[in-house]
Design a protein around this ligand. Sequence first.
Ligand SMILES: [Zn+2]
Length: 436
Amino acid sequence: MRPPGHARACPGWSPGHRGVRGLPGHGSGGPDGTDGHHLLGEGGAPTGRATSSRVRLGRRRGWGRSRHHQSIEAADVGEHGVNDYWYSITATLDQAATLGRGPSGGSTRLTLRHVPGSVLRGALAKSWIDRHGPPSTAAPAERRQFEALFEGGAVFRPLFTSGPPVPLSVRFHKRTPRQGCTLTWDAALSDADLPATCPTCRGPLTSSKGELPETLQSLVAGLDDPAPAAPVTRRDLHVQISRTGDTQVTGNLFEQHVVRRGTTVTGRLATTPEAAEVLHTLIASCEGKIVLGGSRSTQGAATLVVSDAPTPTLERVGGTTDQVIVRLAAPGVFVDRLGRPAAAPYGAELRQQLGSPVTVTRAWSDRWTVEGGWHAASGLPKPQERCVAAGASYVLASQNPVTDDALTRLAMRGVGLRRYEGFGALAVTERAESWS
Ligand SMILES: [Zn+2]
C-alpha cells in the first residue's frame, strides 16, 4: 500500500516526466486520465508535435507566421499588459558561461547552474541595443518597441537543464533508492503527514531545500535519460598577466566557475502580442545568437530557439475546483500592504487573479535569499530584494471555483513584484494540443 500524499509526479518540476526506469511506484506525468491530455513538464522532452498556447479561442499565433500577419493580428487584438502568448525557449551554450551571480568583490566568481529570467532578459536587451542603440536615444517608434518587449510586455522566466527546483513540500530518499521504491512524496497533495523513512527500503527520507532536480542523486538515479553525464559546471583558474605581457603578477590568482559549453537549458516566455512581434524580429535579425551572463568578450555565446508551447496551467488539489497548488520556479518578491517583505503572495493580488477571495491554507516557504544583479544597460547594480527562495509551495483555497482560464493566466503571469525579470515565475504543467 502506498503512503498518503505520494505517488504522483508533479509535472513541471519532477524529473519523473523524463521517464522512470524500473520504478513502478512513481507516476510519470503521463496522460492525466481525465481528459486525455498529456501533461508535459517544462523543460521536458519535446512532444514532436506542433503545439501552441491558446488562452481563448481565436487568440493563438504560430511562432513561424509572417511578421505582416502578426502585425494585423496584434492590431486587431488591441490589448496591452496581458500576457497572451506562451513560447518555449531553448538555449544551447556555444561557449562556457558564468551566470547570474554578479561581481563578488573577491577573487572567486561563482555561477548559477540555470539561466535566471533576468539574465535572459539582459542578453536579449543587449542584442536589441547592439542593433538599434540605447533606447534613451532611439527614435520614438523604436523606443516603443524596446518598451513593449523589455519593460512590461514579456515575463522572462528562468531556463533549466532538467526543470525548476524541487518544491520544498517534497521528500525524497537521502541516499540512492532501490528498484521499486517510490521516488518522491509531496505534502502539498494531501493533509496527511509524510513518512520519515521509505516504506519499501526503510531508507531515511529528506526534505527538499529547493535543489535543482539534476543535482539530487536519489532522483537522477531513477532516470532513463539522466541529466548530463558530465558535470554541468567547471572551475577555471586564471592569473593576472603583467603589463609587459610576459610575466604573471604575484598573488593575483582568480577562480571562475562556469557552466560548460554545450549545456542546453529550456524554459518558457509569456508575452503580449506586441512583445511577441518585437521578439520575433529580434530573433530573426540575430539568428538566435545571444550572449548570456558575464565576461561577455570570451564567454556566454548561446543559440536560442523559440517555438510555440502547449497551454500552461497550475495543479489543483485532488480533483477539487477551489484548491490550487502554486510553486515558485524562481525567487518571489512578496510584500505586505506596508511594503515589508512577506513570505507569501499578497491576498489582494491572488483575489484579483483568481476572481474570488483566496486564502493560503498551507505553505512551505521558510527559505529566503537576497537577489541583486547587474543592469548592463545602465552599468549599475540592480536593487537587492529579500526573496522567498525558488521551490516555495503554497496551497490556495478560493471561496468560489477557480476557472481553467484563471489558472492559465496566473501560470503565465507569475506572482509578486518584478515579474518581468522572472521573479515569482511559477512551475507549470502543460496540456499538449494538436495544432489546428
Ligand atoms: Zn526506498
